[in-house]
Write a protein that binds this ligand. Structure first.
Ligand SMILES: *[C@@H]1O[C@H](CO)[C@@H](O)[C@H](O)[C@H]1NC(C)=O
Ligand SMILES: *[C@@H]1O[C@H](CO)[C@@H](O)[C@H](O)[C@H]1NC(C)=O
Length: 364
């Protein structure tokens, strides 16, 4: 039998005062730590408390230049239509003017109407210029196809607890009726995506020509941050195409169990000027992330862009510790400008800031 440890080493009476003092010092310190880093701590332990969303069924996507549409449709298990579906592209616009120009040039040959809704306030209730209205002449190439409306926003008094997502939901409701006013009919194709989520042209052509696909289908778009120089190692499935029916509502969340792989690009914070970053960071639905004023300093933002680092100094949403560690490091630079929107490559000079080697931004 092992000898019992000498009870003399354990003080008979706990030194109450000492413990009390330690608690008195440690408790406030850990409370402050917990309070200031609450988000980081919960994100760090996400693999323990959260499960990934139910998985989507990934449809294989076949494409190569010059392969006939009939053959492409049949590879997907679909048939070819006698004439293509009409396509409507609907976006709620914030301030991404350059990406809007690229988006509309890419999609213009296939799209019947470009539906664009903008508000005079942000989701977080700050007055904002009508960036599209003010720059509409930049889009004269699409003028005959534009259906534009302004959503009357509300200024939110500072300290008000109104949920930014509620304003966002009301704008989506307004979009549902704007789509009807644009003259959509049953069986037309409607793209529901953010401005910076651009379906590739061959994907739109495939979906407008083939019959037999799911009536609601998400599009897996490759994610980039700040420019196409920083491809992020994951995909965004949120954009969707619907075959329009009277029950169709404009949404930007999970709407189908199916997602078409490799269907386009998602370029987050792909903005030309540093002041656009500051604007977007305050206007964004997740403006609660902007916890400290220095987050909005232009020098800091410029350095982060060129390092491929995180603007909000936040941990990513990851569901395993391995993913978390990978996402915590800066995004590796890519030197590839292959398989990008054609209009971007044709106008590489104008859009230097979106291409490899172009990370330095103009302040204004
Ligand atoms: C594409 O198809 C056209 C007509 O079918 C043909 O003339 C052309 O050479 C093809 N291009 C390539 C790269 O195969
Ligand atoms: C936004 O537009 C609505 C309707 O035109 C107007 O009533 C409201 O005052 C405007 N808000 C701002 C912040 O400009």
């Amino acid at each position: 039998m092992a000898p019992r440890p000498s009870s003399r080493l354990i003080p008979r009476r706990a030194p109450n005062k000492f413990i009390f003092l330690i608690v008195l010092i440690l408790l406030p310190i850990s409370m402050i730590g917990l309070f200031t880093h609450y988000q980081k701590i919960t994100y760090f332990f996400r693999p323990l408390w959260d499960k990934p969303p139910p998985s989507l069924t990934r449809l294989p996507h076949y494409y190569a230049e010059n392969v006939s549409m009939e053959h492409l449709c049949s590879l997907h298990g679909w048939s070819i239509l006698p004439k293509p579906r009409r396509v409507f592209d609907a976006i709620i616009f914030n301030n991404e003017l350059d990406l809007l120009e690229i988006r509309w040039h890419e999609l213009e040959p296939y799209v019947t109407k470009f539906i664009i809704l903008e508000s005079n306030t942000t989701f977080t209730g700050i007055a904002k210029p009508l960036f599209f209205s003010l720059n509409r002449n930049q889009f004269s190439f699409a003028e005959g196809k534009i259906v534009h409306d302004v959503f009357p926003g509300h200024i939110r008094p500072p300290g008000s607890s109104k949920d930014p997502f509620e304003l966002e939901a009301r704008q989506r409701g307004a979009m549902t009726s704007l789509i009807k006013r644009a003259g959509i009919s049953d069986g037309d194709l409607i793209i529901m995506a953010d401005t910076d989520e651009i379906p590739s042209p061959h994907t739109v052509r495939l979906l407008q020509w083939c019959d037999g696909m799911p009536s609601v289908l998400h599009l897996d778009v490759k994610h980039y941050m700040y420019s196409f120089e920083f491809p992020v190692d994951y995909w965004n499935w949120k954009p969707a195409v619907h075959i329009y029916a009277p029950s169709t509502r404009y949404r930007h969340s999970r709407q189908s169990d199916f997602v078409l792989s490799d269907a386009g690009w998602h370029c987050s914070f792909c903005l030309r000027h540093l002041k656009d970053f500051v604007f977007k960071m305050t206007a964004y639905s997740h403006a609660d992330r902007v916890k400290r004023r220095e987050f909005l300093d232009c020098g800091r933002i410029q350095n982060i862009i060129c390092r491929g680092d995180d603007l909000y100094d936040m941990l990513p949403e990851a569901y395993t510790f391995r993913e978390l560690i990978k996402f915590m490091s800066p995004i590796p630079r890519s030197a590839s400008a292959v398989h990008l929107p054609a209009y971007l490559i044709e106008n590489a000079d104008k859009f230097k800031f979106l291409l490899p080697g172009g990370c330095l931004r103009d302040p204004e």
